[in-house]
Design a protein around this ligand. Sequence first.
Ligand SMILES: CC(C)(COP(=O)(O)OP(=O)(O)OC[C@H]1O[C@@H](n2cnc3c(N)ncnc32)[C@H](O)[C@@H]1OP(=O)(O)O)[C@@H](O)C(=O)NCCC(=O)NCCS
Length: 175
Amino acid sequence: MSAGSGSEIVIVDERWERMGEVLGHCYEVLYRSCGVLPAGDWFCPTTGCELAVALDPRGAILGTARLLPGDNDREKQIRHVAVRPESRGCGLGKALVATLEWRAADDGADTVWLNARESAISFYQRLGFVAEGGLFDSGLTRLRHLRMRKRLRPAFGEAMTGASSFCRVPNIHAI
Ligand SMILES: CC(C)(COP(=O)(O)OP(=O)(O)OC[C@H]1O[C@@H](n2cnc3c(N)ncnc32)[C@H](O)[C@@H]1OP(=O)(O)O)[C@@H](O)C(=O)NCCC(=O)NCCS
């Protein structure tokens, strides 16, 4: 499916009325196949986050990504980047991450970091993230991960331009 056919990205927080759907989406994309129980604490912390949510023209959730405070004001953490299998490969993942980079920079952060699944390391490298340290096992999913970090300035404007032209997502707005 093309991300250009009327998709939009909305920015919400955990009080959003459709948060149950967001959780269901994240669980299906990220955790079910790893044997993590739906009732587990995989979304923790449950408060203090912003989410970028990609919606199709009918409002169905295509993808999500989550922004959390970092250890200090200059950094933020990105988690739960998850695009539905049938919507991959058309720029949504890139647009979701770019949207959170924009939010982080707007909030005064100059870097974002994340723990990348091994299968997604190349995806994040393409977006400008750089490895920190070595691979480690996640206790939750038992998948290998790599800590990665991206400086938001001065490359931030370039990232946003690339995302919007590649994805042609017409609207990014907060609810
Ligand atoms: C990883 C994921 C978010 C990528 O989303 P997507 O919408 O398919 O990615 P995009 O279409 O925006 O791809 C952006 C670029 O990354 C590349 N890319 C996408 N997935 C990739 C992967 N797994 N490995 C290497 N490159 C990848 C694309 O080819 C594209 O390259 P280009 O800009 O040079 O054309 C998606 O595959 C997913 O949800 N995977 C399962 C959950 C997951 O692993 N999430 C990450 C947790 S850390």
